[in-house]
Design a protein around this ligand. Structure first.
Ligand code: SF4
Length: 495
């Protein structure tokens, strides 16, 4: 008899790919492996314990170095879905359905790693600099993964991923999109190119919680406000030191003497002429093209936005300050006998006013919000009657969290959630090659409500039955609510 018979491959049934995995190997997503004929989830289950520390970095093997046991002693654990695994097909109960007594109330948390093909990220980039026009395509490795959407105050916004790119394009587009989303959500830097090759594309490097790098330059500040707002905020710093102040901004450029602020502070007209579309007095749109220069425009020389001064009003020696909305660029001019602005050293008081604008700007960071819809498989893993889970969430009887972090649930149909990836434990995200993202999601509710909505009550385990010795333990993020706190639920609120 031959004794070199190859051990049988085992089949992973955690997602539709259904990998056959040989002994000692892992499946296509690197999340599951065949260990001595047993299918195991490679990353440890993550448990949040109360305390004052921030979430600690992932430690391979589930170790707890850097973990201050004294601080967390006696606190109650919360079993997150990070490392919990997935179930497939849909009718199977979630991997963990955990019960716990919380302040005398029997609570249940249904824990699963969801496979999301309807998912993407919204990225908020705190910068005035032009990164692309609304609807411009965002590419990684030449593949379209999303687009620029409407700017918000002081920030540019991207919408990345979604089924349109994950499954609606070519195979490569789906793979690249999935990989970019996963890296962004796991707080890694991703290099993207915005706009078309023949139309001055912008290269951006984005990483959650870090400043964006735009065409090789690391952004520092988020503007204090638009040019008009800046005029309204700091006029008293300029009175007596400048006769005219122009705050250059891609959105609204402000002019002190014409602005209501200047009128109320008795700043006389100066005969200045701004090249741009006048909105209301002292407020101008479109003084230049968007760019990476002054105030998010494409100008490096601020005088290019000025027309000739009106000789009937302006005077020789008129003092003019031009400054950007982040205070990073500023210049001082005086009119010569021809009423042409001539550069002069910036007086100390005006330099201090620019510093004050800069001081009032917040640091520029990228915020990455994961957004996904909990569909059939997820909801069926919670209850045999999935629509009841949706109603329970809308009725505030079920609280939704992602890796223990607060998830905003969108109004309207379905369970569409949005969560800041920085609030989640590190390495919360994975993928399957369908392609789709794997992300943790937990549903917490009273045991009595779980029974009412037709939950898989025969699968409930006490939290004490969960093998915590092998788990990765992380501290509660102070910014998040406790997912099991009674304040999350309608029944605990006063009428
Ligand atoms: S891709 Fe991963 S989860 Fe899906 S079957 Fe293969 S090993 Fe299992």
């Amino acid at each position: 008899m031959k004794d070199d018979i190859k051990p049988e491959k085992i089949r992973c049934d955690a997602c539709p790919v259904m990998c056959y995995i040989a002994e000692g190997k892992s499946g296509a997503c690197d999340r599951y492996a065949n260990h001595a004929g047993e299918l195991i989830r490679l990353d440890p289950l993550t448990i949040i314990e109360g305390g004052q520390q921030q979430v600690v970095p992932f430690l391979p093997g589930g170790g707890t170095d850097n973990w201050d046991g004294d601080i967390i002693k006696g606190s109650r654990p919360f079993v997150t879905a990070v490392g919990a695994g997935t179930t497939y097909p849909d009718y199977k109960p979630a991997p963990f359905i955990v019960s716990q007594d919380i302040d005398g109330v029997d609570m249940v948390t249904v824990v699963t790693e969801g496979i999301f093909s309807y998912c993407g990220v919204k990225v908020k980039i705190d910068t005035d600099r032009h990164i692309g026009h609304e609807r411009d395509v965002v590419r990684v490795e030449g593949e379209p993964i999303g687009h620029v959407m409407t700017s918000e105050y002081g920030s540019k916004m991207l919408s990345l991923g979604g089924v349109e790119h994950l499954t609606g394009g070519s195979k490569k587009e789906g793979r690249v999109t999935c990989d970019a989303l996963m890296r962004l959500c796991n707080r890694e830097p991703v290099t993207m190119v915005i706009g078309e090759e023949d139309a001055h594309p912008t290269e951006v490097v984005l990483e959650a919680g870090k400043p964006p790098i735009i065409n090789g330059v690391t952004e520092r500040l988020m503007r204090v406000g638009c040019g008009s707002a800046t005029i309204g905020m700091f006029p008293k710093k300029w009175l007596g030191h400048a006769d005219e102040v122009v705050v250059v901004d891609d959105h609204i450029t402000g002019v002190l003497s014409e602005h209501e602020t200047g009128k109320q502070l008795d700043v006389p007209p100066t005969g200045i002429k701004i090249i741009g579309r006048r909105s209301t007095p002292g407020r101008y749109f479109q003084v230049a093209n968007p760019g990476t220069g002054w105030g998010g425009t494409d100008i490096e020389d601020p005088l290019t936005i000025l027309g000739p001064f009106n000789p009937k009003i302006a005077w020789e020696g008129l003092r003019l300050l031009m400054v950007s909305t982040t205070g990073e660029q500023y210049a001082y001019f005086e009119l010569d006998t021809d009423l042409t602005p001539q550069p002069h050293p910036v007086p100390e008081a005006l330099r201090a006013s620019a510093d004050l604008i800069a001081e009032n700007c917040e640091p520029s960071v990228c915020s990455v919000l994961f957004m996904a819809g909990a569909g059939g498989s997820l909801r069926a893993g919670v209850t045999e009657n999935p629509v009841r889970l949706t109603r329970s969430v809308k009725d505030s009887l079920t609280h939704v969290s992602c890796g223990g972090a607060d998830a905003y649930v969108w109004p309207g149909g379905g369970i569409t959630v949005m969560v800041d990836v920085l609030d989640m434990p590190t390495q919360s995200f994975g993928y399957v090659p369908t392609p789709a993202l794997v992300a943790p999601i937990e549903f917490t509710l009273r045991a009595s409500d779980y029974r009412t909505l037709g939950g898989h009550v025969d699968q409930i385990k006490s939290v004490d039955q969960i093998n915590q010795a092998e788990a990765r333990k992380v501290a509660r993020n102070e910014r998040d609510h406790d997912p099991v706190a009674q304040g999350n639920f309608r029944w605990a609120r006063k009428p």
